[in-house]
Ligand binder design. Sequence first.
Ligand code: PLP
Length: 384
Amino acid sequence: MSHVEGFNTRFVHAGQEFEPRTGAVVPPVHFSTTYAPEAIGQLRAGYDYGRGTNPTRDSLQTQLAAAEQGTHAFSFGSGLAAEDSLIRAILRPGDHIVLGNDVYGGTYRLLTRVLGPWGIGSTPVDMSDANAVAAAIEANGAKLVWVETPSNPMMKITDIAALAEIAHAAGALLVVDNTFASPFLQQPLSLGADIVVHSTTKYIGGHSDVVGGAVVVKDEALAEQIGFIQFAVGAVSGPMDAYLTTRGLKTLGVRMRAHSENAAQIATWLRERKEVEHVLYPGFAEHPGHEIAKRQMRDFGGMVSVQLTGGAAAARKVAESTRLFTLAESLGGIESLMNYPSEMTHASVKGTELAVPENLLRLSVGIEDAADLIDDLERAFMTL
Ligand code: PLP
């Protein structure tokens, strides 16, 4: 009887065979940039030069493909490098992309300020409005639809299966940025998406010590296009970065459970506070995307955004008053982080239709003891 391995088994074992010469259980990190062939044109194990292929990067790519239930994964030096290579692999000058109107500010900047001048058009839309999405694809002949769910930092939820149908009916491919959920909580490829992108800097790396990005697909032709750009442009992850990312991915399942449990407790505590205007957390029944999130995610994840009644001044004050929540960009590490998006991660979309409310704080809830995190927030609120 065939048996499909569970997620944790795949995270731990995919691409991680022991090294046959010494039996080393953890595959060694391959730093060599070049490989000696048997003879001209006869490679020993398919490796010739480090930009094209590297065994440590290959291990990570095998692990990432297994984690996302894809067939091929490509590892890059950052999430944005992954996005740039993906878009250039698929689109040509004159082509168009329809994207969520609350995507990560850096994705929007890449599209409007870097790829725009090279002839790639983009239209932001509200991804929860199926008619608006279909109309935007149609009006622009878009070849790619790009969504983040949950979105950063507004925590909007989009129905991936429904969006895939809309995109496919119009002849477009669906890309899901799965950074916030991680492959443990959500597998977009099995819900109908064509391509998954990650900032592996976040939950996959998981320890705030390595920047990286990934693209995962389930289609041979797409894999060939992306693989060519990865090789020809060379925005690849280095061996040490690939190793650290692999090490992080092995524990993704246990970390995501701990992040999700803590975030649920913190969101519930925040909701009762008089200083809080609104908690944006898909685990609450009143969240507009709750039913969809319940359907397409294993749990609600470790991210919570909160809007304060005291406006921008209160948000800034709380952000600068916590002790365990470190005021910093990024998310998805084991330690709790607090971010003030309108001036930090999303400063690049200030003044655009993607601008973020100024009373909003984004919490990346770590795996510390929830009681200590709540105590930390309580003390910060007392400064208001
Ligand atoms: N996608 C999302 C949802 C992100 O939050 C980020 C970074 O914050 C990126 C992509 C870009 O990734 P990186 O910073 O690794 O380039």
